[in-house]
Design a protein around this ligand. Structure first.
Ligand code: 0O2
Length: 241
């Protein structure tokens, strides 16, 4: 009995009937290969940076009996977003241009429990002697006009490949769970969309961002009160204060 178990049988057939050889210029193939290699390098830079963050989280969790990091998300920027950003900035679209001009091809988002965890983790990462901090944008101390809050760092980390060490740039965005909730919904609904007559929507979103920031502060104060009850200052410390 001859039963065809391949559910993609039709696909196989259409592949056989595909048109003849398509001429692809060598220069295009070479550039595509370099692009793939560069994306692989950014993926490795993400892995290296994630490990650093996971180590910090593990250590702080043991020391303080709670996790400062709730979640780590990462992505390599999509080719379409890379092209869009280079074109928007009037820059050439080439592998060299990506390497020279873009800081956020490798992106890591660190979701922290509390506001002060953001600064603790950011400072610990920045102090590591193989991490170069190239830029910091503190959108928590200086939020964007629409209420967007996050702590952005562009760092450079060495990655050891077969032919030696290469320093790779990674964008690390640190935010609280509450900031991430706002930014994710803002991103879904509005960010980079040209909405007409959107004043009311923007005002509403900004008002939500302010409420969320206030809630973040209150949650941190609650945690501090609980910490104080669990570890009251010693009488010696109290006398000194
Ligand atoms: P995605 O899809 O998250 O990767 P530019 O990237 O040119 O717009 P710049 O100066 O390079 O500007 O970057 P900046 O100001 O440090 O912030 C860039 C990233 O921060 C964005 O990446 C977003 O992830 C986030 N971001 C900044 N502003 C907002 C905002 O108002 N709302 C939300 N939801 N996110 C924001 P991408 O590549 O634009 O987008």
């Amino acid at each position: 009995m001859n039963i065809n178990m391949n559910p993609n049988g039709e696909l196989v057939q259409s592949a056989v009937n595909a048109p003849g050889v398509i001429e692809i210029p060598d220069s295009f193939i070479a550039e595509a290969k370099q692009f793939r290699e560069l994306m692989m390098m950014y993926t490795c830079a993400i892995r290296e940076t994630k490990t650093k963050l996971e180590v910090l989280n593990d250590e702080l969790a043991v020391r303080n009996q709670r996790n400062p990091i709730q979640m780590i998300k990462s992505r390599v920027k999509k080719p379409s977003s890379i092209t869009e950003k280079l074109q928007r900035r009037g820059l050439p679209v080439s592998v060299k241009s990506v390497k020279d001009n873009l800081d956020d091809v490798a992106g890591i988002r660190v979701i922290c429990s509390f506001l002060d965890d953001i600064y603790t983790v950011a400072n610990m990462l920045a102090r590591q002697d193989d991490v170069d901090v190239l830029m910091v944008k503190d959108y928590i101390r200086s939020p964007k006009a629409n209420g967007y809050r996050s702590y952005h760092m562009i760092i450079q980390v060495p990655i050891y490949f077969s032919n030696g060490k290469t320093k790779m740039r990674v964008e690390v965005q640190l935010r609280t769970l509450a900031m991430d909730f706002w930014a994710s919904l803002d991103h879904q609904m509005k960010y980079k969309k040209n909405l007409d007559d959107a004043d009311e929507i923007i005002e509403e979103l900004t008002a939500c961002a302010e409420m969320i920031a206030a809630a973040d502060l209150r949650m941190q104060r609650i945690r501090e009160k609980i910490d104080e009850r669990e570890n009251p200052p010693s009488p010696f410390q109290r006398d000194r204060d």
